[in-house]
Design a protein. Structure first.
Length: 220
């Protein structure tokens, strides 16, 4: 027999499991759609992403950006990384090492990235900076699987960015990159550890989200 007290606990756990299950289902669906994108369309999207980032104004006054090297069916970030370097911006990208370390590396040459093995993104050589290197960034551009206009970001599920973003300087804006259809109005599952984002970049443009644009108000 369950006591009322354990019932309460069970319900709380059920709530967490439910959010985790919804996240898993949403990721699965998003990756299924990503796999349907052809190579040519994906390459074009990478160029449009770089243009959108350059025009958006998010790089204004940015000396160091913490960005990432795309992999697989993600929107390609290579053209955007080249553009950032051309603007003289210092670019940090994740270095996962042999596991999923929260390390960073300085990416000063897009053509010198090397295969990091497994299904991990390519990485630069040189020194591995520790997890706190993100505190040197004036802007963080993250990978994401889905994002919503209230500022909720859904990632791959390793918690890598949730842990990394907690170490950024207070007030440093976070912009997530997704495919255009992966930016939804609201309703993405969110847990207490989930870090909020301030903007979303897609090949179609830049969209301020969440508190920085004033949270969506009830329509009258
Ligand atoms: N391009 C890109 N870089 C990123 C992320 C991302 O989503 N995209 N991340 C966003 O979080 C972080 C890394 N997250 C990762 C999450 C899973 C795996 C992965 O699947 N790796 C295993 C496969 C098996 C497994 O261990 O589950 C591997 O190393 O082969 C790699 C990186 C930081 N860098
Ligand atoms: N700050 C944190 N400290 C410790 N564990 C964390 C932290 N943030 C997230 N996690 C753990 O990581 C796991 C995955 O979290 P979640 O599903 O929110 O990942 P995500 O935001 O989609 O992925 P990512 O951050 O890698 O892009 C969860 O089990 C969660 O408990």
């Amino acid at each position: 027999m369950r006591t009322p007290a354990t019932d309460g606990e069970d319900n709380a756990n059920e709530g967490n499991d439910d959010v985790a299950a919804r996240k898993t289902a949403l990721r699965h669906d998003a990756f299924r759609k990503r796999r349907a994108i052809g190579d040519a369309e994906r390459q074009r999207a990478g160029i449009r992403l770089a243009d959108a980032a350059e025009r958006s104004g998010i790089l204004d006054g940015v000396g160091t950006v913490a960005a990432y090297v795309s992999m697989g069916t993600e929107v390609p970030t290579t053209p955007m990384l080249r553009m950032m370097l051309a603007h003289g911006i210092r670019v940090l990208v994740p270095r996962l090492g042999s596991g999923r370390d929260l390390g960073w590396g300085v990416m000063d040459d897009v053509d010198a990235l090397h295969d990091a093995g497994g299904s991990r993104p390519d990485e630069p050589g040189g020194a591995v900076l520790d997890a706190d290197a993100i505190a040197g960034a004036d802007l963080v551009v993250t990978a994401a699987v889905l994002a919503d206009r209230t500022g909720v970001r859904l990632g791959r599920g390793g918690g890598w960015y949730d842990r990394a973003l907690a170490r950024r300087r207070i007030g440093t804006p976070v912009v997530a990159v997704v495919w255009p259809w992966e930016l939804v109005d609201d309703g993405l599952p969110c847990e207490p550890h989930d870090q909020r984002i301030d903007g979303v970049l897609t090949p179609n443009g830049y969209f301020a989200v969440g508190a920085r644009m004033g949270l969506p108000t009830e329509s009258v």
